[in-house]
Design a protein around this ligand. Sequence first.
Ligand code: SF4
Length: 699
Amino acid sequence: LIAKGQAEHSVVTTCAYCGVGCSFRAEMKGEEVVRMVPNKDGHANHGHSCVKGRFAIGYATHKDRILKPMIRAKISDPWREVSWEEAIGHAASEFKRIQARYGRDSIGGITSSRCTNEETYLVQKLVRAAFGNNNVDTCARVCHSPTGYGLKQTLGESAGTQDFDSVMQADVIMVIGANPTDGHPVFGSQMKRRLRQGARLIVVDPRRIDIVRTPHVRADHHLKLRPGTNVALVTALAHVIVTEGLVDEAFVRERCEADSFAKWRAFVAEGRHSPEATESVTGVPAATVRAAARLYATGGNGAIYYGLGVTEHSQGSTTVMGIANLAMATGNIGREGVGVNPLRGQNNVQGSCDMGSFPHEFPGYRHVSDDAVRASFEHAWGVPLQNEPGLRIPNMFEAALDGDFKGLYIEGEDIAQSDPNTQHVTASLTSMECVVVQDLFLNETAKFAHVFLPGSSFLEKDGTFTNAERRISRVREVMRPRNSDGKRGYADWEITQLLSNAMGYRMDYAHPSEIMDEIARLTPTFHGVSFERIDRLGSIQWPCNEAAPDGTPTMHVHEFVRGKGRFMLTEYVPTAEKVNAKFPLILTTGRILSQYNVGAQTRRTENSRWHSEDRLEIHPQDAEDRGVAEGDWVGIESRAGQTVLRATISERMQPGVVYTTFHFPFSGANVITTDNSDWATNCPEYKVTAVQITRVTQP
Ligand code: SF4
């Protein structure tokens, strides 16, 4: 992909990896990229970048790209290359056959946070209007769905409250279950700049992540909790704030519901929630919890940043609400330098949620049972729509195993590698009669597909991504969508449109800007958004409408989106995933800097030189107890399954806890994760799996 020599022209676009959403200038020679240069005018990155956005783009022209549609009758058959017409026609006729035989609700679709807003919008429209049901979900289900739920309940909007630059006004930064230097490197660097200027730092994480101790940065407090005890810890912090008189009474009186606050205050004040009473649960010394709570409540502007270490738990939504409670109780919300900020993993997690990719919500987080909202979409789309929520991803798997769900359209998501309990996922896929995978590569999920539609990379399409700070940025076509015959292929939105037309529901968009115009017409928080305005302003943070024509960097300034802030009770319920003599260690998972999620892209780039395998991090004591030395192969067994990895012995870990990444299919991290999930959203509990480790010979 990377051509040598002088660039002839450049195109400004947005990185397709993490939720920072860095702006780049793709310097081009003909149709080849010479280099990716971070854009000094980029509002999210100000000219900075990381090793993924700058160097890991070679996957776009990798030899593994599939450029010709393929079909097969059975998953045991070889693939047969066919024309686009035949592939789309086959997928549509199979979906129609399945619905005729098994009913309207027997098929569904999954969108991806890797695709543009316009593409995810079209998938949910395809499902609701062409399939005639609400069986649409997004990969945000398995990462930040608890953020959507928890922040909506407390603050009234399913999004972070601040822009990234706000961190430069923070006096105390609390990082909970996030690893910004690996997961969100450009923002992690900005956070470190603020810390070097003197901001104080509290880290809540079972593992000693980099930001706890890096050059010129030392966390004031590292609350090294046991995985699965976030709720107990957050409630203990609240206990200290309430019982030591650290509540911002004026803020709460003016901005929050009196009733819910009174109930919450009485609840957290109970002695059973004190740091001393919960020390044996969380493993964090009570004095450390007290010191951290005092610092957050009294240290000036307190800003909370959190990640998947909060959401991917059986009580993920409860912890999100507990974090919002802390911010409201201390008045740390509604101005620069404070707030509740989910660090979104993928480039367009925020956007895929905003676009109505959940089975219960239309674009703009409006419930499908809302008659007025549904009527507006029925009027615009010209079809009757269902008023009951459809199936979430795990419900689709269950329904498939029950024989009720037979067809699935998957755009840009490798559920056979990324979702928990791989055996369960693959059994579900195997039981379906038509699985359509639209992707760049023959990924793990494609092994169970009957139709493969070649998707397009971010370099091959126009559209928008929305980053973790609600910033909508343009993605621009740098090269033509690839095709096997050298002619122009299709961007993903065009493929969805073809499928919809073949299903009998007409779509005739000529360009993604027309899709965004429709989104803006139908979504109050997007009323002012258009490609023209984004191009003029550089980027826009929603809400962008009549009240905020240039967008909204900080939310909830004068009042919360829901009016008064609502405190929610956060009762700690231990996870069902227990350690015992057979499975005495807890496995937790995460990412590293150079690779990205399931690695479908970064594994096919030079980044694999820096990290070519997933490893199991284990504390020296646990390693010694098992006779494991650095680099040894170890077997990892859980209640769900088993796999084999090489070990890295690390003081970062606490005794009893092991850690791995999930970037390589061979590692099988999700073979061992379980079906446990968040009580409110079904977000999988990736962060807590009871395991046993044994030394093995090389597999
Ligand atoms: Fe891309 Fe995130 Fe790196 Fe920026 S920080 S270059 S958005 S991966």
